[in-house]
Structure formats: structure tokens, C-alpha cells
Design a protein. Structure first.
Length: 309
């Protein structure tokens, strides 16, 4: 089988590309290395080092026909979407349109997209969201991701291109970029605890905020399975564990695991940041039956990986 994985130099995309290559498939990667790293790209991929929202980049694919396009790459920070909304729109939405048009042109029939929990936004005191809930994006990032979902729906209706929109909750684990201090709660805190150049651990926002933390291996497995299992066809799905973990719990677990004595300093939150959200993952559990990794297990594996590297 031949696959295109966008964002294959990033955290999630590189893990997906790796898994597909290990199965013996042919894998193309497009990535402009904006947040990804060359060293993450698995060997033996066809690598296009360009911006996937540009026509010239899509042309470099030379009409290669893919069995599935995994559009995983993107700008994944709410904060950056406020700093540069146009860049965010191109990267997260225009790219989706262009790749869907590429599907029509070349006869690719499956499109899997990395969407986000952020599409739900904040809704009074509601904490847990299911796919039936209305979306209320609070950042340009979330608007762009939601728009991509809508494009996919229309391409399915008009051109028969099957899609899966995976609304990832907070993904963490080995391979995450600890140098990116704008995205990834677990990695941001872990970096500050481990790096001696940080005297203290700075937390932007309240300690009672909470997230649904899902382990990278589970995300990779679900994402690939979603392209192969008909039960995922044309679905929008929450990809979370259905459990909430507070910032305080994350910090305590990391601190205990590392036996750190560093102080924690709390500052103002970032614009558009959600207070707390976790997944109703009943739809996922009804079609995917493998057990999901607990945060305690996942964090241990991540810390081992950080120490080894
Ligand atoms: N990590 C999470 O917790 C999480 C949660 C919800 C959604 N997501 C979504 O999952 C996807 C992958 O996230 P990640 O954590 O692996 O992020 P990442 O930053 O590690 O990976 C994204 C990759 O996309 C590349 N990229 C960005 N803009 C590009 C462009 N215009 N052209 C070509 N390449 C470009 C980057 O260089 C990077 O390698 C993103 O779309 C993100 O929005 C992630």
C-alpha cells in the first residue's frame, strides 16, 4: 500500500509513518520542518521538505496515487493562531482543501485528518464532550480545524472520498518535542522539571485546569485502524481516554517520578486556553476494543524515553 503522511517530521506524524513503514508499506512525507525535525523522519520515506498549503508542493507529488492520505501535519498551538491567524488558516485549512482536491484528481479514496478537541471550546460548566455536542471554537486554531472537518464532509458527499476526523485530546509520550514550549502540557512541564536552566516550573493558568491525556501509541494505533476498519468510515470521533487529569495531578506525578524539589510558579493563562475538557469516548469504544494506556503507565514510559535520549 502507498500512503501520504503529512507532518511526518512531527510527533504524531512520524510515529504513524514509522508504523506504516514497519509494516512494509510505501510512505511519502510532506513536512516543512516548522516544528518537526529531520531526524524524526523515518528512513526510506519519500520526503518533500515543503509547505503543504502551496500548489508547488502538491505538484511535487507528481500525481502519485495514495491508498490513504493521513493529513496529520499542522500548526497545533492556539497561542500561535492568535499571533499569526493567516498562517494558521493556510496551514490547517487551506492545506486540507488542497489535499482533498488532490484526492479527487488522483483517485485517492480515503482521507484521515488530525482534528482536535479544541473545536468544542468552552461551554458554561460543561466538562465532558461527545461528538453530538455543538462546537464552539474559541481560537482561530479551532476554527480552522472545524472548517477542515466540514470540507471533508462535503468532499465525501460530492466526490465520494471517505474521511475520518479524529478529534485528538491531549496526546503525550515518547517522541514529543520537549523544546516546543507552546504546545503539549506534559512535555512543557517535563522539560522544565528536567532542564537545569529552568530554576522553577512555570505554569500558565490555574492548577485545577484539567485535560484528557492520551498516549501516543494508542493514538497511532487508532489512527491507522481508522483507515482500515469500515466502522470508522465518514465519522468524526473523540480520541481521548474519557478520564480527566488536572494540571496539579500532572505536576505531582512528574515531580514524584523525578523526585524533583523544584518550585512551581503560576502565571496568567494563555488566550483561548480551555479551563477543562475531557472526552466522552463511547463512540470510539464501540468500534475500537483495545485497552487504552493509563496516564501513570504512559508517563513512566515517557520519562524513561526522555532519560535514554
Ligand atoms: N499533540 C496533541 O496533543 C494534539 C492534540 C489535538 C490535535 N493535534 C493535531 O495533530 C497534528 C499533529 O500534532 P503533533 O503534536 O504531532 O504536532 P507537531 O508540531 O509535532 O507536528 C506537526 C508537523 O507538521 C509540520 N508542519 C506544520 N505546518 C506545516 C506546513 N504548512 N507544511 C508542511 N508541514 C507543516 C511541522 O513541521 C511538524 O513536523 C496537528 O495537526 C495538531 O493540530 C495534536
Amino acid at each position: 500500500m502507498r500512503y501520504l503522511v503529512t507532518g511526518g517530521a512531527g510527533f504524531i506524524g512520524s510515529a504513524i509513518a514509522n508504523r506504516l513503514l514497519n509494516e512494509g508499506n510505501e510512505v511519502y512525507v510532506i513536512d516543512n520542518l516548522q516544528t518537526g525535525h529531520l531526524s524524526n523522519i523515518p528512513k526510506n520515506t519519500v520526503f518533500i521538505n515543503e509547505d503543504f498549503s502551496k500548489n508547488e508542493t502538491i505538484e511535487k507529488l507528481q500525481n502519485a496515487k495514495f491508498d490513504v492520505i493521513f493529513h496529520i501535519g499542522g500548526q497545533s498551538s492556539g497561542e500561535i493562531s492568535f499571533e499569526d491567524p493567516e498562517y494558521d488558516l493556510n496551514t490547517n485549512t487551506l492545506s486540507t482543501l488542497k489535499l482533498l482536491q488532490y484526492c479527487v484528481k488522483t483517485g485517492c479514496k480515503k482521507f484521515v485528518y488530525a482534528s482536535t478537541m479544541s473545536v468544542y471550546g468552552e461551554q458554561s460548566n460543561k466538562e465532558q464532550f461527545s461528538e453530538d455536542d455543538v462546537e464552539n471554537p474559541k481560537s482561530f486554531y479551532a476554527v480552522g480545524k472545524l472548517a477542515s472537518e466540514k470540507y471533508m464532509k462535503i468532499f465525501a458527499q460530492q466526490y465520494d472520498i471517505e474521511y475520518v476526523a479524529l478529534r485528538y485530546f491531549n496526546v503525550y509520550g515518547p517522541g514529543q518535542n520537549l523544546e516546543n514550549l507552546k504546545q503539549g502540557m506534559v512535555s512543557i512541564y517535563l522539560k522544565q522539571f528536567l532542564d537545569d536552566s529552568f530554576e522553577k516550573v512555570l505554569v500558565k493558568g490555574d492548577l485545577n485546569r484539567f485535560r484528557d491525556l492520551i498516549y501516543i501509541d494508542d493514538v497511532v494505533d487508532i489512527t491507522i485502524e481508522s483507515s482500515r476498519n469500515d466502522k470508522f468510515k465518514n465519522k468524526i470521533l473523540n480520541i481521548g481516554t474519557g478520564k480527566k487529569t488536572t494540571v496539579k495531578q500532572i505536576l505531582t506525578l512528574i515531580k514524584d517520578n523525578l523526585q524533583s524539589t523544584k518550585d512551581i510558579v503560576i502565571s496568567k493563562g494563555t488566550p483561548g486556553d480551555q479551563f477543562g475538557i475531557y472526552a466522552n469516548n463511547q463512540l470510539l469504544l464501540s468500534i475500537y476494543d483495545k485497552p487504552l494506556t493509563s496516564f501513570e503507565q504512559g508517563l513512566k514510559k515517557m520519562i524513561e524515553w526522555v532519560k535514554e535520549n
